[in-house]
Design a binder for this molecule. Sequence first.
Ligand SMILES: [Zn+2]
Length: 72
Amino acid sequence: MSKVLESRSRFIKKRSIKCPVCKRNAHYLLAPFCSGRCRDINLGHWMTGNHHISIPCSKELLNIANDDVIAT
Ligand SMILES: [Zn+2]
């Protein structure tokens, strides 16, 4: 396992990240999901409109998001 994946695996275990679909422990390759099945279920919720962003995206929020992307 590469150092990046080892670090990711430790982070997920340390934080006890749970799958948002079934609440089992997240898999380090699929985090925050535990499996491809749960990842697909979540995507289906977004595609059918069951999940949505509840506030309009302002220029200020976009700038914060862009800063986060640049910083990582
Ligand atoms: Zn799951």
